[in-house]
Design a protein around this ligand. Structure first.
Ligand code: WTA
Length: 634
């Protein structure tokens, strides 16, 4: 018998040992007892990190929506599955029961089928945080269509790149989206994007804001009339365990975004099992993750993990600051939220506001607090613990990645003693290793190195869409026979892990992964720019912010205007999340003799560590360094 819900620390250690010593037996028992299969697997795991190739539950047949919906209908049909809290608090919250969600998913799946979509086709979902987003994801999964959710803050160009990369046949969007006091013209962004996307045949449009939009005959269709005509019966397509479930793009340190491909069975088992334990979810709990479904956290811990457990998952359309800084706490009070999962950047932003915003609300329903997406600093951790959790709700600092699908390092609340800023222990089945730069594993405690994982876990991404070589090069080549996260970490005297930050050219700003290269490419498109380099530097709210060093071709123009134009260009090409916080114009960038920009030096300068640059005499142009230090922006 497997133990699906860990209750004591001894049990954690016991299960952890089993998951390492007999991983196949361990996962087989979990899979067998807690999920619905049309056919069981022939083989639990086959893997080779050198190829790399990873397969879980090969030979099994299932549909993830039967696990997330159908099997709950007998006992929990009237239970709220999705609790939708709109952007504007004057609009009523909507409780969507498992019965209703099942019906709407089936109808939407029939709409997709009627438009000619088949198993294996890709559909891009560019939607706000509204029920139709969850419904569309599940409708795709119902018929074996692969969804690619694109965060609705991305620009039309970024959207077009993602649509074309996976050759989506359809886009599902809305007439607009509410974000705080603003209304954003999502359909307009899609229209511009689609000028570049010949693969898209149909656009389904949800009526959310009721704005006047242009519908292109033959291509654009309002969703609502199609749904009302559609049948609510839709047999789930029987899928193979390793069939694709979704593609989700994440930025890389170079070039175009990486479409991480997740497959069905392993992903389902791992996100469901982590959800149950990391949040200690109990039957009548009201769980709320405030992340956007455009990111992996939303996929795994708003949609699939909670629904596979028959949970109630809050879906929040709004922002933490609208109509006031008490919005999160108001929602917790209103719905008696028991688990609240958010990003450190939101915590830092809200901690700056007057504590009266918190004190107005009754937060006594809370049992577990979570953070994800970036390191949480000590001050923010304590504020969260004191002001929100009142020192009675353990904080789970959960480390994971788009690539890992589910949570990798985390305390288990009420079981693992927490330590501020530490993600503490590996989750069951996760075998971390810290490596030195020479490729040796650091053994024992009190060591710091690069974080790798030595053994497959069920929800690891299987490839990068269309580019398996890049998948291999990015994750499996730095260290032999290991998955490399790209993060640094330390292990303290008791074996707890703390993530120290990225060791590659990815910068985490407000919890968003930003690769430096794609942003530099955009900067370099500005006609006045000769070259540029971006580094991260510590920022009190965002965690990190972007500091850019830019060499201009001519300096005749007003520098502030050029700064504005560059940020405008970035907003248009990628989206506002990638805007530069600081733009320093330089006479040149420090380079090696082979012409490579020395980001290490630029990073130190941005971090105010210019007295610790080491030997710069071997640079091609050491003279520019003095100049850059002298003109550093504060
Ligand atoms: C960072 C987000 C410190 C890390 C789920 C990782 C974290 C990247 C934590 C992945 C954490 C995520 N503490 N850093 N608890 N969680 N990160 O793909 O650098 O958007 O590699 O997935 O976020 O970001 P992604």
């Amino acid at each position: 018998m497997s133990n699906y819900n860990i209750k004591h620390i001894e049990e954690y250690y016991q299960l952890y040992r089993k998951s390492v010593n007999e991983p196949e037996l361990f996962w087989e028992e979990i899979a067998e007892e807690h999920f619905l299969w049309q056919k069981k697997w022939d083989k639990v795991l086959s893997w080779d990190f050198r190829k790399p190739e990873i397969k879980w539950f090969e030979g099994a047949k299932l549909n993830i929506t039967e696990n997330c919906l159908d099997r709950h209908l007998i006992n929990k049909g009237d239970k709220t599955a999705i609790l939708f809290e709109p952007n504007n608090p004057t609009e009523e919250a909507v409780h969507i029961t498992y019965n209703e969600l099942h019906e709407r998913v089936c109808k939407m799946a029939n709409v997709l089928k009627d438009r000619g979509l088949n198993k294996g086709d890709r559909v891009c979902l560019y939607l706000p945080m509204i029920p139709e987003l969850v419904i569309s994801m599940l409708a795709c999964a119902r018929i074996g269509v692969v969804h690619s959710v694109v965060f609705a803050g991305f620009s039309s160009l970024a959207l077009a790149t993602r649509i074309n990369d996976s050759e989506c046949k359809m886009v599902v969007t809305s007439d607009g989206s509410y974000r705080g006091s603003k209304t954003i013209d999502l359909k307009g962004i899609v229209d511009v994007a689609l000028k570049e996307c010949s693969c898209v045949k149909d656009v389904l449009v949800v009526n959310r804001v009721g704005s006047e939009i242009k519908m292109i005959p033959g291509r654009d269709h309002w969703l609502e009339p199609l749904m009302s005509k559609a049948s609510s019966v839709c047999t789930a397509e029987i899928m193979d365990a390793e069939d694709p479930l979704f593609i989700l793009y994440t930025s890389g340190s170079t070039g175009k975004p990486k479409g991480m491909l997740h497959t069905i069975a392993g992903y389902m088992v791992y996100v469901a099992y982590t959800f149950k334990n990391v949040f200690q979810y109990k039957e009548n709990d009201i769980y709320w993750c405030s992340a956007d479904i455009g990111w992996i956290t939303g996929h795994s811990y708003i949609t699939y993990g909670p629904l596979a457990n028959g949970a109630t998952s809050v879906l929040f359309e709004g922002v933490p600051s609208y109509p006031g800084y008490g919005r999160f706490w108001e929602v917790i009070q209103k719905h008696k939220v028991t688990q609240f999962y958010t990003a450190p950047t939101a915590i830092r932003a809200l901690a700056r506001e007057d504590v009266s915003y918190v004190e107005k609300y009754d937060l006594s329903s809370l049992k577990v607090l979570g953070t994800v997406g970036e390191p949480i600093n000590e001050e923010a951790w304590h504020w969260y613990d004191d002001c929100i959790g009142k020192n009675k709700s353990p904080i789970v600092d959960t480390f994971f990645q788009t690539e890992t699908g589910g949570i990798m390092l985390t305390p288990i609340p009420y079981i693992t003693p927490t330590k501020p800023t530490y993600a503490t222990l590996p989750f069951i089945g996760v075998q971390p290793a810290l490596m030195d730069e020479k490729g040796n594993e650091l053994i024992g405690n009190q060591v710091e190195g690069r974080l790798c994982i030595k053994y497959p876990w069920p929800s690891i991404a299987r490839t990068i869409w269309g580019d398996h070589e890049r998948y291999k090069a990015t994750y499996f080549s730095a260290f032999d026979n290991k998955y490399f996260t790209g993060d640094g970490a330390l292990r303290d005297e008791v074996g707890y892990y703390r993530i120290t930050g990225r060791v590659d050219d990815v910068i985490i700003v407000s919890g968003h992964n930003l690769g430096t290269a794609p942003i530099e490419d955009v900067i370099n498109e500005h006609p006045d720019v000769a070259e540029s380099a971006i580094v991260g530097y510590p920022h009190h709210i965002k965690g990190n912010a972007l500091y850019s060093y830019i060499t201009l071709k001519s300096i005749n123009r007003d520098q502030n205007i050029v700064r504005k134009e560059i940020n405008q260009l970035i907003t248009e090409r990628i989206g506002p999340i990638s805007k530069l916080e600081k733009i320093q114009f330089t006479n040149g960038l420090p380079k090696t003799r082979s012409g490579k920009i020395m980001r290490r030096i630029l990073r130190k300068i941005a971090h105010n560590e210019s007295n610790d640059l080491g030997d710069i005499s071997t640079l091609l142009n050491p003279e520019v360094v003095e100049d850059i230090i002298g003109n550093k922006l504060v």
